[in-house]
Ligand binder design. Sequence first.
Ligand SMILES: Nc1ncnc2c1ncn2[C@@H]1O[C@H](COP(=O)(O)OP(=O)(O)OP(=O)(O)O)[C@@H](O)[C@H]1O
Ligand SMILES: [Mg+2]
Length: 95
Amino acid sequence: MEKILEVKNIEKYYGNKSNLTKAIDNISFDVNSGEFVGIMGASGSGKTTLLNCIATIDKVTSGHIFVGNKDITKLRGNSLNKFRREELRIYFSRF
Ligand SMILES: Nc1ncnc2c1ncn2[C@@H]1O[C@H](COP(=O)(O)OP(=O)(O)OP(=O)(O)O)[C@@H](O)[C@H]1O
Ligand SMILES: [Mg+2]
């Protein structure tokens, strides 16, 4: 099956040394074409932060997020705009 998303060892920290929040502390997973993935966790466990990093709304502190072969954590400027415009889609739904 084709791997369409690879989240690799990402960390996202907010704040500074004296007041550090480890919102994401080293997570990795793959999503294959055709899969539906749900994210579950307690309030404050980092679900929204993870999605913000995948959606390029927020920047990871370290690690990599591959969409196909492209490491989207490295995109800046025009290439980031192009990715957002042509490849990234966010669908809002209600169950
Ligand atoms: N912009 C921010 N600045 C500082 N800390 C933040 C920021 N966004 C999130 N956090 C902190 O990061 C941690 C993860 O928050 P996040 O909102 O990702 O959790 P969540 O799993 O989506 O929670 P909920 O289920 O309540 O929506 C929390 O400790 C939160 O306070
Ligand atoms: Mg949330």
